[in-house]
Design a protein around this ligand. Sequence first.
Ligand code: NAI
Length: 332
Amino acid sequence: KAYFDDDANLDELKNKTVAVIGYGNQGRSQALNMRDSGVNVIVGNIEDGASWTQGKKDGFDVYSISEASKRADILFLLIPDEIMPSVYEEDIAPYIEDGNVINFASGYNVHFGFIELPETVDIVLIAPRMIGKGVRDRFVSGEGFPSLVAVHQDSTGKAKTIMLALAKAIGTTKIGAFESSFEEEAVVDLFGEQVMGGFKLYNLRMAYELLVEEYGFSPEAVLLELYLSGEGIETLRNAQEVGIWGQLRYHSTTSQYGHQTRGKYAASDASRALLRSIVENIKSGEFSKEWKTEQLTGYPVFNRLWKDNLKHPFIKSEQDLLKILNANKRKG
Ligand code: NAI
């Protein structure tokens, strides 16, 4: 089910103060959008320089996180997910009052149990399927952006009404706020990152090793074909208009044949089993536990993988080619 502007009423937010906690990628865009929608918005941030100063420059009343939490009826928790539990515990929880509304942009912490909230508040989710910059740009242009929305806990009886009003205020009901759940958002989001994102990175690296290092083809030819030409962006843009299979019609028939015959290998029983194990690993909470351990032990795997990947010859070739492409882009 999807909700649109007509399903929501901004009047529900009259006389309410919304505190945007974390004036970063999402926070800044959502705060500006809500203010433009007539909502009374304040900002809560650590005094970290950049975000704090930006909030003031944008004309908001910026407070410490605890002070903003104290003043708010509705809280948007828009700080990085891995630090949210401790910040919540220390600077937010002591100031939460009965009947407050707590809104998340990701289901992660609530679903996997890293944050426990009192029973006397409303807990809602508005998770934009859009980076922060797009949340603002598409509000200003009037296009809107899609989101997943959910009510996790309704203590006041008005959680859904308020959630929809907030969704309208940030500009997502313009195009569609889709009914979801904290679990669904968290699991599907991680799956997307790990499989659609992560597999792609290592597939590219493997293709480079095979075509450049093993078969001796030039890195330029290979990297332009794989992603650096920007053709992939066009493909995705077309897919958004006519669907992923519909866009295939814009390719040559040779390409259409190759896509469908060879692409099918990726849907083998072995890869289905692998993807299933990834879903299971996420759903069971194993992944989030592993990531928590990583954080508590000083990010050993995270740092090692970054180091390994950045020193791969693939990156040197990529950066050399980017230099050429960007130099000529600048010349116009
Ligand atoms: P961000 O990385 O831009 O950080 C937001 C703010 O956190 C910054 O203003 C920073 O000052 C503050 N911060 C950093 N360290 C802190 C600390 N130790 N204590 C208190 N505050 C601290 O965060 P982002 O990317 O906007 O993510 C916020 C939420 O939005 C997360 O739940 C994320 O999952 C969700 N989300 C993010 C999307 C994105 O495109 N970045 C898309 C959809 C959801």
